[in-house]
Design a protein around this ligand. Structure first.
Ligand code: ADP
Ligand code: ADP
Length: 226
């Protein structure tokens, strides 16, 4: 089964800039996949389109067979998204941010509280559950974004530069967490410009440059070429 299938995806922004020039890629269920490439290559644009934060200009995207054009609600149910920018309400309590998100998926309140507790504990944020989100450190805010993205137990977790600006110790513990949920069956797709991060985590990669895929292979095959 393919968790994500992208065909001939194009994006031209309002100012005429062609950020994606027809990219195609497939991520299989259970994979740990990295979209690699330099700043400005088109990684965030790609993930933005997949998570319907950005409109595409052309091409098709489907998540577990659900087209984002025809079946957006079902595609969204399968997806958890961790964007680069913190976009929670900074004045809301940590636990409420996660529970509110569960509400968007129609998860009953008792179940929402249970999943929020589970993920906040897993991510080391349970002690902070009654703090306003603005009081958290940068690394904690990043982990809050991950807990929120997982509250509906999505089949695919998408993370845009998950460890940007995160110190090495926290980065390693986040890697450990991501490995754990991947081992439990969640497909993970992340963008990174740290080759080391992809090397440590990912089985398959695509390299994007100037809006085009320039390599799509296993991590092993990429390392053999370097
Ligand atoms: P769309 O084509 O998806 O409607 P727009 O071109 O209207 O997107 O731009 C969306 C927003 O992104 C605008 O607020 C714009 O100011 C901002 N933006 C413009 N250029 C850039 C850039 N190079 N990088 C990031 N954001 C940008
Ligand atoms: P990456 O995530 O690989 O760093 P992005 O997808 O953020 O790359 O950006 C790809 C290109 O599109 C960059 O040149 C960026 O400046 C441009 N871009 C991103 N958002 C916008 C926007 N809203 N309007 C115009 N150009 C944009």
């Amino acid at each position: 089964t393919s968790a994500l299938k992208i065909e001939n995806l194009r994006k031209t922004y309002g100012n005429g800039f062609e950020a994606l020039k027809g990219i195609s890629l497939e991520v299989k269920e259970g994979d740990f996949f990295a979209l690699l490439g330099p700043n400005g290559a088109g990684k965030s644009t790609t993930l933005g389109i997949v998570s319907s934060l950005v409109n595409k200009s052309d091409g098709t995207v489907s998540v577990f067979g659900h087209s984002i054009d025809k079946d957006l609600a079902k595609a969204k149910l399968s997806l958890g998204v961790v964007p680069q920018e913190f976009n929670f309400n900074p004045f809301e309590k940590v636990v409420d941010i996660v529970i509110t998100q569960a509400g968007y998926y129609g998860i009953p309140a008792a179940r929402a509280r249970e999943r929020a507790e589970f993920y906040l504990k897993k991510l080391g944020l349970w002690d902070k559950r009654n703090e306003r989100a603005r009081m958290l450190s940068g690394g904690m805010k990043r982990r809050l974004m991950i807990a929120r993205a997982l509250v509906h137990d999505p089949k695919v977790l998408i993370l845009d530069e998950p460890t940007a600006g995160v110190d090495i110790e926290l980065r390693r513990s986040m890697w450990e967490f991501l490995r754990e949920i991947n081992a439990a069956g969640t497909t993970i797709i992340l963008t990174t410009h740290y080759l080391e991060e992809a090397e440590s985590l990912c089985r398959n990669i695509a390299i994007i440059d100037h809006g085009q895929i320039i390599q799509n292979s296993s991590m092993k095959a990429l390392l053999a070429k370097l």
